[in-house]
Design a protein around this ligand. Structure first.
Ligand code: URA
Ligand code: SF4
Length: 193
C-alpha cells in the first residue's frame, strides 16, 4: 500500500469518530469517499443525503445514480474518479450545510485533495462552487462548463444531478445535454493536463 493510500485511510478513520460539528449528532454513518484514491478527477458534491447516510457512500441515492449513469455511459470507469462532499455527515432534513459546518469539515476535504492530487476538481452544484470559487455573483448556470484556476488547482463546475431529476430533455442546450457535454469535456481535460 502506498503512503498516500495509508494517509487517506488514516484520515478516513479519524473522520469516522469526528464530532467537530453538530452534524455528528444525527448522522448514521460518516460518508467519506468513493472511488479511486489516485484518480485524475475528483468530484465534490454538497452533503450526504438519506441513502448516503444509511450506507456510508457518497452519491448512491437517486441523484447519485443519475450522475453515475452519465459517467459510465460516456465511458468513465471507476478508476477515473474519486468522490467526496463538502461535509461528511448528513444535514438534518437535507438542508444545505451551514458555513460553520463546512468550515469545521474543510480540513478533511483539503487533505483529500492534497493526497489524491487530481488533475481536475469537479464542483458538483452551487454549494461546492461557493466553497472553492470566491465570487458571490457567480451562479452555477454561469460557471458550469468553464475551468477556474485557483492556487494552481483546476476547478470545473457542473450542475448538481438533483437538478437534472426535474429536467429530462436531452435536446441541445437543455440541462442534461449540458451536463453530458461537461462530463465529456472533463474527461478530455484530465487526459490533457
Ligand atoms: N448529493 C450530494 O451532493 N452528495 C451526495 O453524496 C449525495 C447527494
Ligand atoms: Fe466532523 Fe465533518 Fe461530520 Fe462535522 S460534518 S462531524 S466536521 S466529519
Amino acid at each position: 500500500m502506498t503512503d498516500t493510500i495509508k494517509e487517506l485511510e488514516k484520515l478516513h478513520k479519524n473522520a469516522l469518530s469526528c464530532s467537530k460539528c453538530t452534524l455528528c449528532k444525527e448522522r448514521t454513518k460518516v460518508v467519506f469517499y468513493d472511488g479511486n484514491c489516485t484518480a485524475p478527477i475528483l468530484f465534490i458534491g454538497e452533503a450526504p443525503g438519506k441513502n448516503e447516510d444509511e450506507i456510508g457512500i457518497p452519491f448512491i441515492g437517486r441523484a447519485g445514480q443519475l450522475l453515475r449513469k452519465f459517467l459510465y455511459d460516456i465511458g468513465y470507469t471507476k478508476d477515473d474518479f474519486y468522490i467526496a462532499n463538502t461535509v461528511k455527515c448528513r444535514p438534518p432534513k437535507n438542508r444545505k450545510p451551514t458555513l460553520e459546518e463546512k468550515k469545521a469539515c474543510r480540513h478533511y476535504l483539503d487533505k483529500q485533495i492534497e493526497l489524491v492530487n487530481p488533475k481536475i476538481i469537479v464542483l458538483v452544484g452551487s454549494t461546492a462552487l461557493e466553497s472553492f470559487i470566491n465570487d458571490k455573483k457567480l451562479t452555477i448556470t454561469k460557471a458550469r462548463g468553464k475551468v477556474f484556476e485557483v492556487d494552481k488547482r483546476k476547478y470545473f463546475p457542473i450542475f448538481h444531478p438533483s437538478y437534472l431529476l426535474r429536467y429530462h430533455s436531452l435536446e441541445p442546450g437543455k440541462p442534461r445535454y449540458l451536463f453530458k457535454e461537461d462530463l465529456i469535456q472533463i474527461k478530455k481535460l484530465a487526459q490533457k493536463y
